[in-house]
Each structure stands twice: as C-alpha cells, then as structure tokens.
Design a protein around this ligand. Structure first.
Ligand code: SAM
Length: 209
C-alpha cells in the first residue's frame, strides 16, 4: 500500500451519497449497458477485474448487482481515496458493507497484476481522449484527469487484459471516439448514451456469459 495521506488528495470519492448512491437507490439493473457488456444480463455473476478502478463507480455498480470485483488502481492518490471511500461505506450501513465485501482493492499496474489473476471478465476504462468541448467533461472527471493525466499505454493494458481473461474484455470508450490504434476489432459493441462498450470475447467455446 502506498503511503499517501488521503486528506492531501483532491480526489473525493463517495459511495454513500452523490451520483453513485443515486444510481444504487434508483435501482438500475442488469439490463444497463455495462452489466450487459460484462455478460450479467441473464443472471450470470462473473468474476470481474476492473483494471482501471478510478473513482470506483463502475466497480461499485457491478458489485451492487452481485458480482465479485477486484479493483486495480496504479495512482497512489486515487488508490488512497478509494480505500477511504470503501471504509466509509462499510461503516455507513450493512447494505453498503455487503456490497463493499464483494470489492477487493489492489494497488499497482494492471499490466503486471493481471498476469497473476484469471478473471472471467476484465473491464478497461482508460482516461479517454480529451473532448474538444471540455465543459462536457464532468468536474469529477476533470479532477481525476488533473491527478492521473492521460493513459497513453491503454493499448498495452488491453493486450494484457486479453491475455489474462478466461472469457471477455470490456473496453469502455467514448461513443464517437476513434478506436485505440492497432487493437483488433471487438466481437460486438453495446452503446450507451455517450459511451460505448467494446466487447472482446476471447474463448467463444467456453460457456457463454
Ligand atoms: C477513466 S478512469 C476510470 C473510471 C472508473 N471506470 C470509474 O467508474 O470511476 C481511469 C483510471 O484508471 C487508472 N489506470 C489507467 N491505466 C492503469 C493501469 N495500467 N493499471 C492500473 N490503473 C490504471 C488511472 O490511474 C485512472 O484512475
């Protein structure tokens, strides 16, 4: 664990209130694009590695639907903020504690750590290319970008994810952005409002998710 004072981090993560808490209270379910992309629509509960944990919103959503999620974050400040938010959510209520119990947070680079894991699903959501209309990027994401910068090694991370997964890799990417250069075509895509999920099925003969 990195030795970082979470109070010094501009990153604030809140699993109790805010957008994440709202998403939970509004009862968004498995029919949403992200769980569908992860193969959860028909009741499957895959093991998932979120290789780009960030603010933990996607991981928390998937864990709230019952999946076991390992979160990997390489930025020490973001990792510390996540750790603190998970502890705070645990202390808040039994319901939140049950969700957090399905989340395991690791510190490090997913390109290395994925080699030691064999998840059914890997979710990859790198920092996306800057949009020209920066007002469209929410403040939380701008704060995150200020701390972690860009993720120019997203292609390498995708290759590591494809080598590690037993079933599929899900790449979250802006709806209209060009694909990551050199990456093979996805098996299929699931479109959200501003985001798309490129799904790379790696073992078509394994029991489907
Ligand atoms: C766009 S954010 C992810 C947001 C996240 N999906 C959420 O729901 O909050 C990308 C995050 O992935 C992290 N990241 C990027 N590449 C990584 C890698 N190879 N290993 C670990 N973390 C990585 C960045 O530090 C950043 O915090």
């Amino acid at each position: 664990m990195p030795d970082v004072d979470p109070a010094s981090s501009p990153i604030v993560i809140d699993f109790v209130g805010g957008a994440v808490g709202f998403r939970l209270r509004s009862g968004e379910g498995r029919g949403q694009p992200l769980p569908r992309a992860c193969g959860m629509a028909k009741g499957a509960l895959p093991t998932i590695v979120d290789a780009t944990a960030g603010m933990g919103r996607d991981a928390f959503f998937l864990a709230s639907l019952g999946a076991q999620v390992t979160l990997i974050e390489r930025n020490p400040q973001v990792h510390a903020a996540l750790d603190r938010a998970m502890n705070a959510a645990c202390d808040h209520s039994e319901d939140l504690a049950a969700i957090i119990a399905r989340m395991t947070l690791l510190y490090g680079d997913s390109r290395d750590l994925l080699q030691t894991l064999a998840p059914e699903v890997v979710l990859v959501d790198p920092m996306h290319p800057e949009r020209t209309k920066s007002a469209l990027v929410k403040k939380q994401m701008r704060d995150l970008r200020d701390v972690v910068g860009a993720d120019p090694d997203a292609r390498e991370l995708m290759e590591a994810a494809l080598a590690a997964t037993t079933h599929r890799v899900v790449l979250k990417w802006p709806q209209r952005a060009a694909s990551i250069e050199g990456l093979r075509k996805p098996s299929h895509q699931i479109a959200g409002k501003t985001t798309r999920y490129d799904v790379f099925v790696t073992v078509p003969s394994s029991p489907p998710l």
